[in-house]
Design a protein around this ligand. Structure first.
Ligand SMILES: O=P(O)(O)OC[C@H]1O[C@H](O[C@H]2O[C@H](CO)[C@@H](O)[C@H](O)[C@H]2O)[C@H](O)[C@@H](O)[C@@H]1O
Length: 250
């Protein structure tokens, strides 16, 4: 497979930034709560959102409530698409979020019982649930089949991710990028989407469709990204260079 080049630095005057969280801004950990959010993440978000006002977004499978918990105080000027785009919050428009459905309550109860029985880690989120099999990779096929069955039964969406499967309300990161690009602060900007996981592929495709590019943060694989960075430290270094350039241009 041909490797992708590292991304050039975009023009900070016209670029918008869409940043995945786990595996992109923070290193993956054994459990969802086990991540360490380095101080530099808050610093970079503050610098970039000040120098590129209204043009920095987090786009994550985490709920916005979870992201607030990890990044308290750092998101005032950052647009956030949480729950894989099912909920959004911008400084100008506030928090737009669907209600939890009865179907989700039933699905969550069934999957929590299944996780308990199988010894899997169950993560309850605002608009969905995640079954984590990082500690039991041998249960992957069974957990995915269970999640897909429950999602189909209750008319919900199932998606795979790194060592996990989720059942949730609909939404995808590509639609989130398109929606945020319609907001006044981001209209007409050139989107750059950085992400590591399978659901980030929709974000890469949307960025490319809108004249920008995706940046894969993972070893080489089949992808709709145009560029690649090796991992979280390389993302931090690239964002720091962009913040320097944006501050000089401001
Ligand atoms: O879209 P993201 O911001 O990348 O969120 C995707 C999922 O991230 C979390 O799971 C992943 O990170 C965990 C902590 O490092 C790791 O243990 C797990 O194996 C990864 O899949 C989060 O727990 C999920 O809710 C997010 O959907």
């Amino acid at each position: 497979m041909t490797d992708l080049l590292p991304p050039p630095l975009p023009d900070p005057a016209t670029a918008s930034l869409f940043l995945d969280f786990d595996g992109t801004l923070v290193e993956l950990a054994a459990t969802p709560d086990g991540i360490v959010v380095e101080e530099v993440v808050g610093t970079l978000l503050a610098r970039l959102s000040a120098a590129m006002p209204g043009r920095v977004a987090l786009v994550s499978g985490r709920s916005i409530a979870q992201l607030d918990g990890f990044l308290s105080g750092c998101l005032h000027q950052v647009a956030v698409a949480g729950s894989h785009g099912a909920e959004r919050r911008t400084p100008a428009q506030g928090h737009v979020r669907p209600d939890r459905s009865e179907a989700l309550e039933h699905a969550a109860a069934e999957l929590a019982a299944y996780a308990d029985l199988e010894g899997l880690l169950f993560e309850a989120k605002t608009l969905g649930v995640t079954l984590h099999f990082r500690a039991h990779p041998e249960r992957e096929a069974d957990a995915v089949a269970m999640a897909e069955r429950v999602a189909a039964q209750y008319g919900l969406h199932a998606n795979r991710g790194k060592m996990m499967v989720e059942v949730r309300l609909p939404g995808d990161k590509g639609a989130a990028v398109h929606a945020l690009l319609e907001t006044p602060a981001m209209a007409g900007t050139i989107p750059w989407f950085l992400g590591d996981d399978l659901t980030d592929e929709d974000g890469f495709a949307a960025a490319a469709e809108r004249g920008g590019a995706g940046v894969l943060v993972d070893p080489p694989r089949a992808t709709r990204a145009s560029y690649r960075l090796d991992g979280v430290p390389a993302v931090h270094a690239w964002l720091a260079r962009l913040a320097d350039a944006a501050e000089q241009a401001a």
